[in-house]
Design a protein around this ligand. Sequence first.
Ligand code: HEC
Ligand code: HEC
Length: 266
Amino acid sequence: MRTMRWLFVLGVAAVAAGCSYSGDADPYRPPASARLDADATGRELYLGDCAWCHGNAGQGTDRGPDLDGPLDGPAYTHFMLSTGRMPIADPAQTTLRRDPVYSDEQIEEIVEFVTSLGGAGPEIPDPHAPAGDLALGTVLYEENCAACHSSTGVGGALTSGRIAPSLDGLSAVQIAEAMLVGPGCLEGTRTCEAGEGAMPVFEFDDHEVDSIVAYVDHLMTSADRRRGGSDLGGLGPVTEGAIAWIVGLGILLLFTRWIGTRVGDE
Ligand code: HEC
Ligand code: HEC
């Protein structure tokens, strides 16, 4: 009886320990922007927040890719910081769009410093959606983006394991930057080289970029998305078609069961 009681106590203790275990505790690192004063230079912010993963001269470490490669520079750094993807607190953390950690001035400072590390990547683009051609944008988007981001722009899961995010709520500059650098590494490769991104790099001319940006903007704001009843969350024609088939066929099946009589029932 005694041993039974001890076994019970041990069991409860083991379950409690299991419940409270939450993986390795990371030391809390306040962002350098919070530790340094407001006019810290880009170099100070970089050394405080980025260098431990990207190296003090942008040479890269096993925690993060180098920042002096052929695609690195103003556009890539501005994209990563203005979409709040960087900095992350843990190298394994997924890089998702969040509110940016830094002010616009701090982003400008860090971009300038990272650019001085020698990346040969593109400048921050200056797209102008009103100059775009919506019809051209539609064709280019369908051919180049819809496969991953879906034809309604809501995004979707890729076979590579990454998520192609929704294109809602982005600035024209961020959309143009994404096309120039092809952001993100494939699942499991956190230190990928240029051109190995989760999204391809695109080489469109200025008019094509303006047209795609105009079309994405149109997609996200137009009332067309809701034409013809429920938009089912704008999942796209294939999924919506599938739902229509399954629900529609289901109802037909129930109906035939109802009007039909089984042989031998009379
Ligand atoms: C905890 C580690 C870590 C910290 C801190 C960090 N990064 Fe990163 N960074 C990464 C990883 C990992 C990737 C690859 C991301 C992916 O898969 O999308 C990356 C990607 C990038 C890229 C894209 C470059 C490329 O070639 O893929 C830029 C630019 C960048 N980081 C800038 C910064 C800046 C600027 C800071 C500081 C404000 C910062 N990072 C802080 C780990 C880190
Ligand atoms: C092979 C699939 C693929 C294709 C094709 C593709 N993308 Fe992407 N795209 C992605 C992935 C994956 C990400 C997320 C990368 C990350 O989180 O770092 C992304 C991110 C983006 C982002 C950033 C979204 C955000 O939340 O900040 C924009 C903008 C974007 N893509 C636009 C486009 C446009 C425009 C096209 C067509 C010209 C396109 N993409 C084609 C896979 C793709």
